[in-house]
Structure formats: C-alpha cells, structure tokens
Design a protein around this ligand. Structure first.
Ligand code: CO
Length: 465
C-alpha cells in the first residue's frame, strides 16, 4: 500500500482570518456553537488566540481573553490549540521583562494553549529565546518563526541559516511567516526544499492571499515537502487572510496528499460561518475591498494596513496629495534602517518616518522616538546595516546597546500586582493589565461594577515562575 504524504492543516478562522478580515470582532458567543465540529474536522491545529484577539477581547468585546481560551479548550479537546506570540513583545508593541514573558506563557498553556508560534519582527532570536524556553518548560510545542520579507540582503541561504538557528535553539518546528503575501511560488519551493534539507524538524508555511500568490506558493511548498500550511474556512478566507481550507483540501487530495480533513465536517463548518460573514458585510465591518487581491503590493511591498495608516496620517495633515512622494520614500527609509521586514511594529515605524520625512520637507529633520529606540538597539539587531548618517542624527554621541534589550529591564510583575490590587488580585488580570494597561483597567472596573454580567471566575493554581 502506498502511504500518502501528510500535509497538516492549521485552521485560522478564529484568529488570523478573524483578525485580517474583520479586525478580530468575532465574539466567543458567535463561534461557540461550531467549536465541536472544528474539533472533529481533523485539523492539525486550531489557531484561536494571540495576535490581536487578546486586545480585541478587552477593548471591543468585553470578554476576558483568558476565559475565552478556557471555554474553547473545554470544547476543543482533541485538536491542539495554537497561538501567535510576538516573542519578547508578548502581544503588545514594547519589550517586556522576562518575568512577564514567562508568566504570560505559563498562564496561556495553563488555560489550554498547546502550540505557540513565536516570532520577532527582526528575526533577532535573542528576542524569542526566553519565550521558547518557557514554552518548552510548560510542556507545550514551541514553533520558531522566520519572518519572511524581500530585500537585497535576504535570500534562501540567509533564511536557511535562520532555520538552523531555530533548530539549534530547541524549536519543535519552524514556521515561514509570509505576513505580507510576498512569497513567490518558485521561491516558496526553493526555500522549503533548502530548509528541509538542512533541518530535521517539521516546517510550516503561513501566508496571506493579499497579492494573489498564496495558493500557488502553498502548492509549490507542498511539492517541496512542507509539513503544514495555514488556511481559513472559505466563508472567511482569501484577500488579506489565508487560502480557503476546502479548496486546499480538494487540490491536495487530488494530487495524492493526505490532509486528514473530513470534507463533510468542512461543509458544516463553512455553512455555519456563512451568516456570520453576511452579518459582518452588512454591518460594514467586512469591507469587500479586503477580499480582492492587490498585486501592486508586490511592487511597493507596502502591506494594506500600513497603506491605510499612511493615508489617514496624510489626510489628518491635509496632505493627501503627497501620497506618491511618501510611497516613494518608504523603500528609502526601509533601506536606511537596514531592511527590516514590514511587520508590526516596523511597518508603522517605517511608514510614519517616511511620512514625516516628506511632510517636513527634509529627510530625518525630525526622527521618531521609536526610530531612535530602534537605532539604539532596543528592538534587536537590524537585519542589515543602519545608514551611518541616520544613526548619527538619531543617537548623537550615544552608543547603541550591545546585548539583548530585555536583559536591561527590571522585573515588572510584582509592581503591576500592587498597581491594580484594588481592581483584582487574579494573576490573569494582572497579566492583562501588563499587556494593555488602560484598556485592562477599564475592562476590570467595568466587570467589578457590573456583577450581574455573567462571569465565571476561573480558579487557578498558584503560578509562580
Ligand atoms: Co498572518
């Protein structure tokens, strides 16, 4: 009997598709009725937490993110639950001290996370080391990530070296994260093949249909031996999200691969999400524009979210006529900063500095404090060389830090605990507060003031690190 090559499928409907298409506004109650079917469909994993879900729960949905996770876990008992974590940034935009990173991961695993995909925007693995260590300590699967970008200093060999580094650090698997949908099908093939030849651990590919390439890249990656891909059930897929799960399943099955998915279950799941899609279209939250590929992103490499930010910044300054100059300035700023991948927080940093460069009429006349911190080394090591003059303008005589920035940060958990002791003493709430201070405070006081709001307190064991 011929053994079919297995291709693992991770479903992103609850996290990335939810985030990319409808700004993570799907509430637990909306998707709760379909969790059992999701668990029974045969997915390798269900991505359901991390990224923007945590922020959105607290800010918009009045949901406790920890409780959401526990509730998912109580139904999804067979399929591993997966989350996305920004390394030392956890789920926020700044670097946290190690005690907070460790406690957060410990709590996430305690509430049900099985696989943590950990990335650093600059692929500086000193920034994911602690998160990976704690993930493994907690008995969860640590997936190390290569953030994919296109630049004169990035190539297949360079990415393969990163893959080897991840394996040496003890990663259980590797994810190639093509967040901007820039990965060309032939490069997907070369990249996966080369990495597979050089590391023993499984390799996964995560992409977005933003530029119309993802399905092609997935197929080429599968042909090169990739172990898994991320997809989204078809009612909320494509565009700025992932390729459709069902189509990938049919295409791969037809080509002789085994996805382990149950097509009847996929139909049930998709039918369930159809009215939810309609709801978000009629509420205006799902803009059909994001469902259409935008291949011009391949020319300027500006992710959709970054473009809309720049447009609103220019509008606020009454300078929308400068958009073309700003678009031309973006690649120059990116080059000056050593070609960082345009992923959060670098996309915002590069976009805003380019806008400022154009609006002030003189390049780097004003330098953002985030760019100064980047030059100082607070975000990690730049992939390439930072332009000398920019460096001088940003730092003056100050010398950049050599080591890992987070090592210079004092522990923060105990202080945070004191700061919100009147609102809560629950460790989950302290971690929410550390992640999003103002929003978590509002959420917690709102909860305290509305005892009638249904809220099941989850008792946890002591979680000292
Ligand atoms: Co993504």
């Amino acid at each position: 009997m011929i053994t079919l090559k297995k291709v693992n499928i991770t479903e992103t409907i609850l996290r990335d598709a939810n985030q990319s298409l409808i700004a993570t506004r799907m509430s637990f109650d909306q998707f709760a009725p379909i969790l059992k079917e999701l668990d029974n469909a045969g997915y390798y994993s269900l991505e359901c937490w991390g990224g923007a879900t945590f922020d959105s729960c607290l800010r918009y949905l009045n949901e406790d993110p920890w409780e959401r996770l526990s509730k998912i876990k109580s139904v999804v008992t067979k399929t591993p639950l997966q989350m996305l974590l920004r390394g030392q940034n956890i789920l926020g935009y700044k670097h946290y001290p190690d005690d907070v990173v460790r406690r957060f991961i410990k709590m996430a695993v305690y509430h049900g996370i099985d696989i943590i995909r950990i990335f650093d925007a600059l692929n500086d693995y000193r920034n994911i080391k602690v998160a990976m260590d704690e993930t493994k300590k907690q008995g969860a699967h640590a997936q190390g990530t290569i953030v994919y970008t296109v630049s004169p200093i990035h190539d297949v060999d360079n990415y393969t070296n990163l893959a080897k580094q991840l394996e040496n650090m003890g990663a259980d698997s590797i994810c190639i994260k093509d967040m901007a949908g820039l990965l060309m099908p032939n490069i997907a093939y070369d990249l996966v093949k080369n990495i597979k030849e050089n590391v023993k651990i499984p390799v996964f590919l995560h992409s977005h249909c933003t530029n119309g390439l993802a399905e092609m890249s997935y197929l080429k990656a599968v042909e090169a031996g990739v172990d898994g891909i991320d997809s989204a059930i078809s009612s909320l897929c494509s565009g700025t999200a992932q390729p459709p799960t069902e189509s990938m399943h049919y295409a791969l099955t037809s080509a002789g691969y085994n996805t382990n998915l149950d097509k009847d279950k996929l139909t049930i799941i998709n039918n369930f999400f159809k009215p939810i899609r309609e709801h978000f279209i009629s509420s205006g939250r799902l803009d059909p524009k994001v469902l259409t590929p935008r291949p011009e992103g391949l020319i300027n490499q500006i992710p959709g979210g970054m473009l809309s930010n720049m447009i609103s910044q220019l509008k606020a300054q009454n300078s929308l006529d400068k958009l073309d100059s700003v678009l031309a300035e973006v690649p120059k700023v990116r080059k000056d900063l050593g070609y960082p991948p345009l992923v959060t927080p670098m996309s915002q940093m590069v976009g805003t500095q380019a806008t400022v460069n154009v609006l002030t009429g003189e390049r780097y006349k004003m330098i953002l404090k985030e760019v100064k911190a980047y030059c100082r080394g607070e975000y990690g090591k730049a992939p390439g060389e930072i332009n000398n003059e920019v460096m001088k303008k940003a730092l003056g005589n100050e010398t950049p830090i050599e080591g890992r920035y987070a090592s210079t940060l004092p522990p923060a958990f105990e202080n945070a605990k004191k700061e919100i002791s009147e609102l809560s003493t629950r460790e989950e709430d302290i971690l929410s507060y550390l992640s999003f201070p103002q929003i978590a405070k509002e959420f917690l006081s709102n909860r305290n003031n509305n005892p009638s709001v249904e809220y099941t307190r989850i008792e946890t064991k002591s979680t000292a690190v």
